[in-house]
Structures are given as C-alpha cells and as structure tokens.
Design a protein around this ligand. Structure first.
Ligand code: SAM
Ligand code: SF4
Length: 330
C-alpha cells in the first residue's frame, strides 16, 4: 500500500475532519458573541464527499479519524454519517469532539459502533455561571449531565479544558480532583488565537509549564507514558483512577512526530493547524476527480507538510492566525 509520508519521514495515519462550521455555542476563545459568518450550505462538504475523502485516505494508511467541527451534532443526520463511516473496513478508530449539548440521546447508538472509542467533551468550567460566561449559552446542566452519562457508558471519556487566563485557571485543581474517582482523562489545552477575531486579551500566558506548576500546588503527580504522536504530555496522581494531560497547542513542542492532517468543513486540506489551508479538495472532487487522482494529490500534498507549527504560521498567505477554530475543526 502506498502511504502518506512527508519530507521529514513522518507518516500520516490520522485525519481530523470538521463536519460543519456551525455551532450552538459561542465560546469566547473560539468566536465573537455574534458568531462567525457561516458558509452557504452548498460550500460544505456533503457526507458522500466526506466518506469518499476518508475512504481514499484510509487506502493510503490513515487508520484513525476524529470528527469535529463546529459542533458535529448540529449537522442534520450526523449519526447516519457516523454509522456509514464505521462501515469503512480500513478504519480502526473514530473519535468525536463535542460540546456535549446534543449528544445525550445518541449515546446508546454510538456505543454500538465498536470503532468509536473516545469522546472528547469540551467543558471549561465546573461552575454554571462561569460556564455561561465562557460559552455565552445557559447549558451547563446539560453538559454536566452528558459528562456523567458518558462516564458511565462504554465509551472512553476525555475532557477538553481550554485554560483561559482570567477565567478558569482557579479551577485547574478542581478538574484534576475529578480524576480521583472518575476513569477519565482531563486534558488542559493552551489557549490559541483561533478566535474568529473575538479579540480575547490574554492577561497572562498559561503554557504547559505554568499549568503543571498550578497542578503541583495541590497534587504530587507522576509522569506517565505519552503514546507515540500523542498531542498531550500525560500525568497521574498516585492512586487516582483517571489521568491528566496538558496539550501544548500554542507552544508547539509536539510537532516532531505529528501524524495528522485536517480537512475543514469546506474541504480545505490543512497539513498543520497553523497553516491557512493548502488546497481545496472539495473543488477538486466537484470537478470530477477520480479516486486515483485524489490519491496522487494527497501523496503530493503531504510532502508540503511544514516541519513545525511555527514554520506553517510563517508561511501563511492570509495573514496572522485569527480564524475561528470552529471553521478549522479543533
Ligand atoms: N464544538 C466542539 C467542541 O467544542 O468540542 C468541537 C469543535 S471545537 C473547535 C474543538 C476543540 O477546540 C474544543 O475542545 C475547543 O475547546 C477547542 N478550541 C476552540 N478554540 C480554541 C482556541 N482558541 N484555543 C484552544 N482550543 C480551542
Ligand atoms: Fe462551538 Fe466548540 Fe467553538 Fe465552543 S469551541 S464555539 S462549542 S465550535
């Protein structure tokens, strides 16, 4: 089988696909209060196009897909797409990132799909009023209920917590406490400027080291093994059930063994989170490209994967990073 290997010898085995740019929340670090200009529906990839792109990628060695957005569950018939995708026999793992507002009624159906292993639930505060300030929607109770349901389910639960200076740094310790009795991975993510020009002012830089120091004010933690190509540096408090991860998304110390590409909801291929989309796959498909042509294209495009996120950012043609993460698929 031909495989996707970049010029630095890194093999691409993981694709992150944004199934929509729409979202039912307005997280302050992701978009402004009025939301972002969403694209017309016909500019979004159709499910058939997404299926085809992923099929071709799996024929080139991709074994893992993350479905994200925008909010995946706001797109009509997302569950049918998920079921369709799980028929791809070359795919081993499908993970989903969600804000948890609309997933509850689908949990049992998802549990039946053996390829769906992890659900990443985004929850940035354990306090309803603060959660409202961050997301600008009064849905804390729903999201917390989702957390409890997912924890009881057969799916593995990871919490995504974006560490926001001046907002939730005082809750880092509370989030770690959750791992005492819950078999979950709490992952602290460095905030990045992908905010749809929501113009968040960062009072202080909360990077991996700072987050680690904050955790160590209350707990003695042990380093645990980071899986190859893991985005997080992982730790555990002795005898706690769950684990803690810190994702240096902004300081970018994880590029060396990156195995990922991204496809945005409008079909742009991103070799790196920090590039501005290097080719539109949707347009290529809609001009009638065959699967073989698509394969040749992917093999060529991954060779352009930059060595790291700083180089990707420096090579941008559309100015500084400011697009919303909901258009990229975080
Ligand atoms: N709507 C879903 C959700 O929130 O989980 C999926 C899409 S969201 C863009 C994916 C992840 O990106 C979420 O965990 C979110 O917190 C994170 N994210 C969004 N904007 C970010 C930013 N500016 N910096 C760091 N993480 C961000
Ligand atoms: Fe929506 Fe997720 Fe962005 Fe929040 S982080 S606004 S839930 S896409």
């Amino acid at each position: 089988m031909q495989s996707l290997i970049d010029n630095f010898g890194r093999q691409i085995t993981y694709a992150r696909l944004a199934v929509t740019d729409r979202c039912n929340l307005r997280c302050q670090y992701c978009m402004p209060a009025e939301g972002i200009a969403i694209v017309p529906r016909n500019e979004l990839l159709t499910y058939k196009e997404m299926y085809r792109i992923i099929r071709v990628l799996t024929e080139l060695g991709v074994t893992k897909v993350r479905l994200t957005g925008g909010e995946p569950f706001v797109r009509k018939d997302f569950m049918s797409f998920l079921e369709m995708l799980s028929f791809n026999d070359l795919l081993k793992t499908i993970n989903i990132t969600t804000n948890g507002v609309l997933i509850q009624k689908h949990i049992e159906r998802i549990e039946r799909l053996t390829k769906v292993k992890n659900i990443n639930l985004s929850i940035d505060s354990l306090q309803a009023s603060k959660f409202f300030k961050i997301t600008r929607r009064a849905v804390f109770e729903d999201v917390y209920k989702t957390l409890e349901l997912l924890e009881k389910s057969s799916l593995h639960l990871k919490l995504n917590v974006v560490v926001q200076s001046g907002f939730n740094t005082d809750e880092i310790v509370d989030f770690v406490k959750l791992t005492e009795t819950k078999n979950i991975d709490v992952r602290f993510i460095e905030e990045m400027p992908f905010n749809g020009s929501g113009q968040r002012e960062w009072k202080e830089q909360w990077n991996l080291i700072r987050i680690l120091q904050e955790i160590q004010t209350a707990f003695k933690i042990d380093k645990i093994l980071d899986k190859k190509s893991s985005t997080s540096k992982n730790y555990q408090v002795k005898n706690f059930k769950g684990t803690i991860g810190i994702i240096p998304a902004f300081t970018r110390t994880i590029c060396n063994d990156c195995n990922r590409i991204r496809i945005t909801s409008t079909g742009a291929l991103k070799n790196c989170l920090f590039d501005d989309g290097i080719f539109n796959i949707r347009d290529f498909l809609r001009k009638g490209a065959s699967d073989n042509e698509l394969k040749i294209l992917f093999l060529k495009l991954v060779k352009e994967k930059p060595e790291n996120g700083f180089i990707a950012e420096a090579n941008r043609t559309q100015g500084k990073v400011s697009e919303s993460m909901s258009t990229i698929g975080g």
